[in-house]
Ligand binder design. Structure first.
Ligand SMILES: Cc1cc2nc3c(=O)[nH]c(=O)nc-3n(C[C@H](O)[C@H](O)[C@H](O)COP(=O)(O)OP(=O)(O)OC[C@H]3O[C@@H](n4cnc5c(N)ncnc54)[C@H](O)[C@@H]3O)c2cc1C
Ligand SMILES: O=C(O)[C@@H]1CCCCN1
Length: 388
């Protein structure tokens, strides 16, 4: 008896990763449906908000390499859709000069010949006014970096997917997945069958994977997205060419502190701590820990004298963290036609186009364009349990 197949592929979750995966599949003429539990657009996951950082500055070569092609793919989408999604600002990296982290950033940029300016104490103030470089910190600028217009990017890629004949069904929560040569996906509104399924459910990844007998070592944390008011309007404005920045570690903080120039809310600068407290994605607003804001206030009082050290706006977003902070891109160990992208650990937006390409390749059983070993679930070994 043959089982009817509705689609070549079902993609679950219309955040940045699912949307780019669906788009790549449609580009390859695959009949694809993108399922989303909420009404689109929404602000309950990880991909909402106006801005994200894009950069080549990374501690590991493999991310810098992927970003080379990824910039091309972002530009291609801009051309295809006739919209502007990227604005170059540069990324200022600051950190204790002889720390491992700062040195890794510097060496990766130099090894990969990424256009970079190394600043010293004398010229720092001239290039970066209104910022105090901490004693002992080094500073450099990744010239290629900038701001991605995130909400606009999501809308654009979803629109392009639909133009290619792709189907988006929002307000359809996936409630079950039945593996097999044809995968059956049940939702709050119906049942779909496809040759393959891609799970890109962000903070809900383990809920979905549970239907396939797999659990990943993921931790979901809530991030307080803080905006800080300029004392003199314009001091840190994108139009004044103020850069994005990343403070690797320092007096105040163990984790990175990062920021983007004033852009979406005039007079307000987005500066966040790269860590938060654990949360259930369906109960995000019940997590009210603000200890990260204390850390940010101390940092801003010391390093950003032109900002009021009291957040003017606080929004929410979630990270889905893996233990090593590297992504998960893989096939299910028991069912090669179930593919997942998860654990983007607070730095996955900029990679959207390339993640989409890689998950599309995995779901079609094609050879991957990149070495996926840093992203395979094998690396978790004992921590990954397959119940089947
Ligand atoms: C504050 C903050 C700042 C960040 N800054 C940067 C940055 O500067 N640069 C950068 O590159 N990255 C950054 N990131 C990270 C980046 O935004 C994320 O890695 C990325 O958005 C993750 O996308 P996703 O598609 O995996 O998840 P999501 O956007 O959460 O998408 C998953 C989707 O799946 C849906 N879903 C879940 N369960 C179901 C179900 N059962 N049925 C149907 N649908 C379902 C959800 O509703 C959701 O829409 C930041 C993240 C945050 C929170
Ligand atoms: O992905 C990024 O570029 C930002 C800045 C650093 C911390 C994580 N998020």
């Amino acid at each position: 008896m043959s089982v009817e197949v509705d689609y070549d592929c079902i993609v679950i979750g219309a955040g940045v990763q699912g949307s780019f995966t669906a788009y790549q599949l449609a580009k390859k003429n695959k009949k694809t449906v993108l399922l989303e539990q909420f009404v689109l657009p929404h602000s309950r996951g990880s991909s909402h908000g106006q801005t994200r950082i894009i950069r080549k500055a990374y501690e590991q070569d493999f991310y810098t390499h992927m970003m080379e092609e990824c910039y091309e793919l972002w530009a291609q989408l801009e051309r295809e859709a006739g919209v502007k999604l990227y604005r170059q600002t540069g990324l200022l990296v600051m950190g204790p000069e002889y720390s491992q982290s700062y040195q890794l950033f510097k060496n990766t940029l130099q090894r990969n010949k990424v256009p970079t300016v190394i600043l010293n104490r004398d010229n720092f103030r001239q290039h970066i006014p209104h910022v105090n470089l901490a004693e002992g910190d080094g500073a450099l600028v990744d010239i290629t970096a900038g701001v991605l217009y995130a909400d606009r990017a999501l809308k654009t890629v979803q629109g392009q997917f639909q133009k290619l004949g792709g189907v988006i069904r929002d307000t359809e929560k996936v409630t079950d997945i039945t593996p097999g040569p044809v995968v059956t996906v049940s939702t709050s509104a119906g049942v779909y069958r496809a040759k393959s399924v891609v799970i890109t459910a962000g903070p809900w990844a383990n809920r979905l994977l549970a239907h396939t007998g797999l659990q990943l070592p993921l931790e979901v944390v809530k991030i307080n997205v803080c905006y800080w008011k300029e004392k003199v309007p314009g001091s840190y404005d994108v139009k004044q060419r103020f850069p994005c920045f990343l403070q690797t570690e320092g007096e105040e903080a163990k984790e990175h502190i990062y920021g983007l120039p004033s852009n979406e809310y005039p007079g307000l600068v987005k500066i966040c701590y790269h860590m938060g407290s654990e949360t259930d994605p369906d109960q995000r607003d019940k997590q009210t820990d603000r200890s990260d804001i204390d850390i940010l206030q101390r940092f801003i009082a010391r390093s950003f004298p032109g900002l009021l050290p009291e957040p003017a706006v606080v929004e929410s977003c979630m990270y889905t963290l893996t233990p090593d902070r590297h992504f998960v891109l893989d096939c299910h160990p028991d069912y090669s036609n179930i593919v997942f992208g998860a654990g983007f650990s607070g730095h996955g937006f900029k990679f959207g186009p390339i993640i989409g390409k890689l998950l599309c390749e995995l779901s079609l059983g094609e050879v991957s364009s990149y070495d996926l070993s840093p992203f395979r679930i094998r690396r978790f070994q004992t921590k990954t349990k397959s119940a089947l």
